[in-house]
Design a protein around this ligand. Structure first.
Ligand SMILES: NC(=O)c1ccc[n+]([C@@H]2O[C@H](COP(=O)([O-])OP(=O)(O)OC[C@H]3O[C@@H](n4cnc5c(N)ncnc54)[C@H](OP(=O)(O)O)[C@@H]3O)[C@@H](O)[C@H]2O)c1
Length: 209
């Protein structure tokens, strides 16, 4: 029972892969380039080459769960937002559904459902995340949608909140997101769930029940 990690070489992706591997959760890291393989090989983590703008269907074989932590990032334009955050995500969801993958865990974004309330520069990104989330909800694949707030590089506390009211702030560390993904990857019983994720005071067991 293997989990395919899409966006494995990213900041959240690497932390999740390392945690999952240490916890004995079988994973396959999808990366874009052979130059990225060494980091994973040094840790004994299986990799597969795949690009969301190209062919990546073979990456799914033998995997019964997907963690989607890929993103076009802040240094590219709306063209990449369209091709990666939207079209790449839709293709990954469709592949998972057609191959009968047991569960799809999506890293979305806080307030993705309200693109028009985002700053101008972020609107295409929020619209892409919103559309990908809607596609996942409608797909024939059990899913969990995780909606982190503004990402920071603070260390893990493993204490989180699931609403802005509870957190009092819109930030969450990438490390806490990685721990939340590990929690969700192991909790196979959780499906058709959506969680806002912010730094907070509750344990993952309690907050993501
Ligand atoms: N920044 C925020 O405040 C914020 C808030 C909420 C949610 N998010 C979401 O959080 C997620 C991850 O964040 P992060 O900080 O870990 O991002 P990151 O470090 O930029 O990682 C993104 C990953 O996506 C991969 N990727 C990009 N284009 C790809 C393609 N065509 N095919 C396959 N993989 C591709 C990148 O690959 P390479 O390593 O090869 O470049 C990278 O590994 C993203 O989904 C983002 O939308 C961000």
């Amino acid at each position: 029972m293997k989990t395919l990690v899409i966006g494995a070489n990213g900041q959240i992706g690497r932390q999740f892969c390392e945690l999952a591997h240490q916890a004995g959760v079988p994973i396959r890291a999808m990366i874009r380039d052979t130059s990225q393989q060494a980091w994973f090989q040094e840790r004994g983590i299986e990799t597969v080459l795949g690009n969301l703008e190209g062919d990546f269907g073979k990456a799914f074989y033998g995997c019964d769960q997907v963690v989607f932590a890929a993103g076009s990032g802040p240094h590219t334009g709306p063209d990449k937002t369209l091709m990666i955050d939207l079209h790449g995500a839709l293709r990954a969801i469709d592949l998972a559904a057609s191959l009968g993958v047991g569960r799809f865990i999506m890293v979305s974004a806080l307030r993705a459902e309200k693109p028009l309330e985002a700053p101008d520069k972020l609107r295409p990104y929020m619209a892409a995340k919103h559309a990908a989330d809607a596609h996942l909800r409608a797909a024939r694949v059990p899913h969990v949608i995780l909606k982190p707030g503004r990402l920071t590089d603070e260390p893990a506390t493993r204490r989180v909140a699931t609403s802005l009211d509870e957190a009092g702030d819109n930030r969450v560390s990438r490390a806490n997101v990685a721990h939340a993904l590990l929690h969700l990857a192991r909790r196979r019983d959780l499906a058709r769930r959506e969680y806002v994720l912010l730094d907070g005071e509750r344990t993952l067991d309690v907050a993501l029940a």
